[in-house]
Design a protein around this ligand. Structure first.
Ligand SMILES: C[S@@+](CC[C@H](N)C(=O)[O-])C[C@H]1O[C@@H](n2cnc3c(N)ncnc32)[C@H](O)[C@@H]1O
Length: 314
């Protein structure tokens, strides 16, 4: 049976502390040290959606299904505001709920531990998010319906699981909220494509933009957010974009090969930058001539001695 545990007040899962006796994982000194699959174009898009929500005072919770070692969670955690909840759901080192999910876990995330996630997250933030260490099928019972403004779906890539994650996202997302689905078109995970495009085809999910890795959509009105995004993309020289009609609506496509990632979150373990020691400026002749000791020496000493001193200095 998978472990389904209750998050405590500080976000930790009850009973998990002390269970892992392995040596403490090394704390990351920078965002690049955190392993994951979260590319610059998607960092830019997350930043754009979440900054827009802040600017328009769209409030609500954040949710990530599939956190792995915390790369995207660390990034997302920066946008959490007072009074909002950030929940992440992952199996980490718990057993998967079925054989194909177990195979997927062993193949892709064999060395994953919850402790490594915690170490990584706490290098960048003061508090852990609410951690649900369980299959994503429990998430709709752990997060309030209609409470989330941003959901990142990146857990199992198998059809049955993603299909359930799509349903949960629909239930948990605010009408003005945005959902991002990872790996919606990769050749190694056709189940994600089937589940996500299935949700588009049934008329509910409205895709707004796709990058090479993720599809971003909403169950609310996609027009305002899409048009604002188009406006922003026109200002970005590092992001190619085009628009194509899909399922009766314009869909933005973004190419991010040259994307310049936004400022990364800063680790508290980053090596301290040494302040440059203020070096005393070399003694220089003033623009108007030699310094006064030299002028005095030149006037008082016999020329032969001055020449000898100059030769010595050389
Ligand atoms: C692709 S990784 C997540 C990557 C992460 N979002 C990032 O950008 O670095 C997928 C994660 O989903 C988790 N996972 C797989 N199947 C799951 C399931 N049924 N329920 C919950 N988590 C699952 C795995 O443990 C793994 O950490």
């Amino acid at each position: 049976m998978p472990q389904t545990t209750t998050p405590s007040a500080n976000g930790a899962v009850d009973g998990a502390d002390g269970a892992d006796a392995s040596p403490a994982p090394a704390a990351p000194t920078c965002f690049d040290d955190v392993k994951g699959w979260f590319w610059p174009a998607d960092q830019l898009l997350f930043d754009w959606f979440l900054t827009r929500q802040r600017d328009q005072d769209i409030r609500g919770d954040l949710l990530e299904l599939g956190a792995y070692l915390g790369k995207s969670a660390v990034f997302l955690g920066r946008y959490l505001r007072d009074g909002e909840q950030f929940t992440v759901c992952d199996l980490w080192d718990s057993p998967a709920p079925d054989a194909s999910n177990t195979k997927e876990m062993n193949r892709s995330y064999a060395t994953l531990t919850r402790r490594a996630f915690e170490t990584n997250y706490l290098a960048f933030h003061d508090e852990l998010p609410t951690m649900v260490q369980a299959p994503t099928s429990v998430i709709a019972s752990r997060v309030r319906s209609g409470s989330c403004r941003f959901i990142h779906v990146d857990a199992s890539h198998l059809y049955e699981h993603v299909h359930g994650d799509v349903r949960a996202a629909r239930q948990l997302l605010l009408p003005e909220g945005v959902v991002a689905f990872d790996d919606f078109r990769a050749e190694h995970c056709p189940g994600v494509a089937a589940a996500v495009w299935g949700a588009v085809a049934d008329g509910g999910l409205k895709p707004v933009v796709i990058s090479g890795s993720k599809l971003y959509g909403t169950w609310g009105d996609p027009d305002p957010v899409r048009e604002e995004l188009r406006g922003w993309l026109k200002t970005r020289a590092d992001l190619w974009h085009g628009v194509e009609e899909v399922a009766g609506r314009p869909l933005i496509r973004v190419g991010g090969k040259k994307a310049v990632a936004p400022e990364p979150p800063a680790s508290r373990h980053a090596p301290k930058r040494r302040e440059p020691v203020a070096a005393s400026p070399p003694a220089q002749a003033s623009p108007s001539g030699p310094s006064w000791p030299r002028r005095v020496a030149r006037e008082l000493l016999p020329p032969a001695l001055t020449r000898a001193l100059r030769a010595l200095r050389r």
